[in-house]
Ligand binder design. Structure first.
Ligand SMILES: *Cc1c(COP(=O)(O)O)cnc(C)c1O
Length: 365
């Protein structure tokens, strides 16, 4: 008899919910992967069986996300945080400047690393507006000889998201997409480099995806530590050293799930529907709940809101936890509440949260 699985209403910001069919498939394959008598974790990373997993994940990401055929897909380690350093190490030569758009804590961290390594400049910032919004494209002022322009497509902590991306012309556009990669269709051709830690929308933690335009490989620095060189990872198909094989396998399974579910267009449709449930509960509350982000900058992934007092927020979070909701507290740096509704968070979880919010307001409004 099949045991009924009790799944939490998981709104964690990352690591976060994974699709149930992916977890079940991994469970089925765990001790004997495709007749090998071994788990994926026990395979040599040089075996043909693992290589198939690795290359299939790359091919699927290209297919599902519409990545041009000549772009490179890399599976690295060190999280998005190491990309904060690798990007300037590889692409910010002496005598050049890199431009950073500051839209939240992660963008600030990326900027800080770049400043340690070279000349980085602030292209725009909404810090003095508590990062409530994404700057308009006409607020971005930068010179055409920037080494690159860096943006953070979704601000996980403040709950804002870019909708239109800059046309940066000759300036390579670099984006940290850790918290919204694969959440909607994008025009990958606009970007010279995209990076994302997998643990929000792509799979488990431990693998970081880098999508790289081919001309960037020739521009990458070669006088830096080998493991930090993009060209080395390109040349070795991310197998220069042992990659995080199990995380890559899981990523491949998540990609299959996205494809079978209808692709990124369907992800976007679902994400809009889910986020609308919660934003509506905020907007119709007459000020009981207050969204942090300006409406036109709202994230579909991370929904940030406050209640009128910290006391009420505390009560809300305690009762939400008792009702089975996980991960609703805001980031420790900003407080308040945050619901992260990534691709794998089901509609039913968002609907349950909406109902909980309405009921809590009735009891405490
Ligand atoms: C989570 C997150 C990071 C940090 O990712 P790590 O993999 O933990 O280094 C960086 N940028 C953004 C936008 C994030 O959401």
């Amino acid at each position: 008899m099949l045991k009924q699985v009790q799944r939490a209403y998981n709104f964690n910001a990352g690591p976060s919910a994974l699709p149930l069919p992916v977890l079940q498939r991994a469970q089925e394959e765990l001790v004997d992967f495709r007749g090998s008598g071994m788990s994926v974790m026990e395979l040599s990373h040089r075996s043909s069986l693992y290589e198939e997993v690795h290359n299939q994940a790359i091919a699927l990401l290209k297919e599902v996300y519409g990545i041009p055929a000549d772009y490179h897909v890399l599976f690295l380690q060190g999280g998005a945080s190491l990309q904060f350093s690798m990007v300037p190490m590889n692409f910010l030569p002496a005598g050049k400047s890199a431009g950073y758009v500051l839209t939240g804590s992660w963008a600030e961290k990326a900027y800080k690393e770049a400043k340690l390594l070279g000349n980085a400049v602030e292209v725009a910032s909404t810090k003095d507006e508590s990062y409530r919004r994404i700057p308009r494209l006409d607020e971005l002022h930068y010179s055409n000889d920037l080494a690159y322009l860096h943006i953070t497509s979704n601000n996980t902590i403040y709950g804002t998201q870019w909708t239109d991306f800059p046309d940066s012309g000759e300036v390579p556009l670099v984006a940290d997409m850790s918290s919204d990669i694969l959440s909607k269709p994008i025009d990958v051709k606009k970007f010279a480099l995209i990076y994302a830690g997998a643990q929000k929308n792509l799979g488990p933690s431990g693998v970081t995806v880098v999508i790289l335009r081919p001309d960037m490989v020739e521009r990458a620095a070669q006088n830096i530590p080998t493991m930090l060189r993009y060209d080395i990872h390109v040349k070795n198909n991310s197998l220069y050293n042992t990659p995080p094989t199990f995380a890559i396998y899981m990523l491949g399974e998540v990609l299959k799930w996205v494809k079978e579910t209808g692709g990124v267009a369907e992800m976007e449709r679902r994400n809009r529907e889910k986020a609308a449930l919660i934003y509506e509960a905020i907007d119709r509350s007459g000020g009981f709940y207050r969204g942090h982000a300006d409406k036109d900058s709202r994230s579909l992934m991370n929904i940030t809101f406050r209640l009128q007092t910290e006391e009420l927020e505390k009560k809300f979070l305690v009762e939400a936890k008792q009702a089975g909701f996980v991960g609703l507290n805001g980031h420790r740096s900003v407080g308040g509440c945050r619901a992260s509704a990534y691709n794998a968070v089901p509609f039913e979880a968002c609907q349950a949260l909406r109902e909980f919010m309405i009921e809590f307001q009735k009891q405490n409004g």
